[in-house]
Ligand binder design. Structure first.
Ligand code: ATP
Ligand code: MG
Length: 301
C-alpha cells in the first residue's frame, strides 16, 4: 500500500527580486515515515527549496502541502502552528553560544510557553535520545561538531515535529562523525516515525541515510525514485553516483576487463574469468555488487 504523503510540492517556482530563477517548477513528494534526499550541485536551488518549505522564503508560484494543507496560503497563527510541525537542522548547527546544550534544546519549548520544570525534563529526555544525556550542562564551545549537531537534532525534535528538514547538516563534519549523525537520523526516523527531507551534495549521505532520492538541476527535479529502483537504471546520473566503488586496478596487457553490476544475487563467472575487484553494498532495499571481471584477451564470454 502507498504511504500517505507528508509533504507534496507541486510546480514550485522561486524567482528572486534580482531575476535569478532559483526554483523552476519543482514537483516532489515526501511520503510519511521516509527519509527523502535531494541532491544537486552548488547553486541548483536546494537551500531555496527547503527555505520555501518552512516559509523563510515566499514561493513565487506553486503549492506546498504539509499533511494535506497548503502552507503557501497560511498566515499568522495558522502558519506558526504549521511551522511547529517542521523541525530544521543546519550545516553550522546554529546553537546559541551563551546557552548550555540543555538550554538550547529547551528554547523552542520556552517560545511555546512550556513551564520551566517541564522544559528541563523534556530537554534531558531529548539529549538522552541523541546520546548526550550527560552533556546537558556543557556550552556549545565545549562540544565537538558531531555533538553540536546532536544538540541541534534534539532542539529540532523539541516541538515534536512531523517533518524534519536538514540542509547539509553533515557537511561540516568528518566522514566518521557524518555516518554517526546519519545513523542517528535513521534511528529517530524508525523509532519516532519522523519524516525527513534531507538536502545534500554528497552521494554517500544519500546512500547511507535515504529511502528515496531526487536530483535537482537548475531549479528542477530531473530524476527521482526509491534508491533500490534508481540504482538499477541505465544511463542514470543518480545510479552512477550510488553504485558501490572499487579502487583502481591494473589490467595486464593480455587481459580484458568489464564492469558488472549485480542486484540481489551472487556474481556468476564464465570459464577463464576472474574477479579482480569487488564491492558490495546495501542500497535502499537491494544488495548491489559491482565487480571488475577480467578474462584473457581473445576469449569471448
Ligand atoms: N536571496 C537571494 N537573492 C538572490 N539570489 C539568490 C538568493 N538566494 C539564493 N540565490 C540564488 O539562487 C540560486 C540557488 O541558490 P541556493 O542557495 O538555493 O543553492 P544550493 O543548491 O543550496 O547551493 P549550495 O549547494 O551551494 O548550498 C543561486 O543561483 C543563488 O545565487
Ligand atoms: Mg545550500
Amino acid at each position: 500500500m502507498l504511504r500517505p504523503s507528508m509533504l507534496e510540492i507541486s510546480g514550485l517556482r522561486k524567482v528572486f527580486p534580482n531575476g535569478v530563477v532559483a526554483l523552476d517548477g519543482v514537483d516532489l513528494v515526501v511520503p510519511a515515515g521516509e527519509i527523502v534526499g535531494v541532491i544537486g550541485r552548488s547553486g541548483t536551488g536546494k537551500s531555496t527549496l527547503i527555505r520555501c518549505v518552512n516559509r523563510l522564503e515566499e514561493p513565487t508560484a506553486g503549492t506546498i502541502s504539509l499533511e494535506g494543507e497548503d502552507i503557501t496560503r497560511m498566515r499568522g497563527p495558522q502558519l506558526r502552528a504549521a511551522r511547529r510541525r517542521i523541525g530544521m537542522i543546519f550545516q553550522q548547527f546554529n546553537l546559541l553560544t551563551s546557552r548550555t546544550a540543555a538550554e538550547n534544546v529547551a528554547l523552542p519549548l520556552e517560545i511555546a510557553g512550556v513551564g520551566r520544570a517541564e522544559r528541563r525534563r523534556r530537554a534531558h529526555e531529548l539529549l538522552d535520545l541523541v546520546g548526550l544525556g550527560d552533556r546537558g550542562d556543557s556550552y556549545p564551545a565545549q562540544l565537538s561538531g558531531g555533538q553540536k549537531q546532536r544538540v541541534g537534532i534534539a532542539r529540532a525534535l523539541a516541538s515534536e515535529p512531523s517533518l524534519l528538514l536538514s540542509d547539509e547538516a553533515t557537511s561540516a563534519l568528518d566522514a566518521e562523525t557524518t555516518n554517526s549523525v546519519l545513523d542517528l537520523l535513521r534511528r529517530i526516523n524508525t523509532e519516532l516515525g519522523l519524516t525527513v527531507l534531507l538536502i545534500t551534495h554528497e552521494m554517500d549521505v544519500v546512500r547511507r541515510a535515504c529511502d528515496s532520492v531526487a536530483l535537482l538541476d537548475a531549479g528542477r527535479v530531473v530524476e527521482h525514485g526509491p534508491l533500490g529502483e534508481v540504482v538499477a537504471r541505465r544511463d542514470s546520473r543518480l545510479a552512477t553516483g550510488l553504485l558501490p566503488q572499487f579502487g583502481r586496478v591494473e589490467i595486464g596487457e593480455h587481459e580484458e576487463a568489464r564492469e558488472v553490476v549485480v542486484f540481489d544475487d551472487e556474481l556468476q563467472l564464465s570459464d577463464g574469468e576472474r574477479v579482480e575487484a569487488r564491492s558490495t553494498e546495501r542500497i535502499g532495499d537491494r544488495r548491489v555488487t559491482r565487480a571488475l571481471v577480467v578474462s584473457p584477451k581473445g576469449v569471448t564470454v
